[in-house]
Ligand binder design. Sequence first.
Ligand code: RB5
Length: 148
Amino acid sequence: MRLAIGSDHAGLDLKHTITLLLDELKVPYEDVGTFSPASVDYPDYAEAVSRAVVEGRADRGILVCGTGIGMAIAANKIAGIRAAVVWDETSARLSRAHNDANVMTIGGRTTPIDRVPAIISAFLLTDYAGGRHDRRLDKIARLERKDS
Ligand code: RB5
């Protein structure tokens, strides 16, 4: 499992926390930035991480902004990305099991820090459940094709 991770300025501290966790877990990742607290635009980092995933340079992506919301909106514009805002272990686990999320987005200003290890483990370790969810993901893929 190789990850791509990115944040804007509002997600910088939480991105740092997550990369420390990934180092501990020995999960390789490419950090696309941002690397300073200067104000930047989250769609640029959403695109960099999402392209790494759809081009196969990363298996999954993690994006951090103030709320996780802007990153999810931007990442979901890239064909093939299923980005989910997660805020606790349950949302992270179900984003994988039900939605086969290939990108998780999370809020640096909204997520209690003590939840982060469980969120990251759930996102990394939960397999997609398939079954009835295949039909729904097929419908999402069809929406993407209809609209391109
Ligand atoms: C940046 O101030 C903030 O708007 C951004 O990080 C994010 O929360 C957008 O969804």
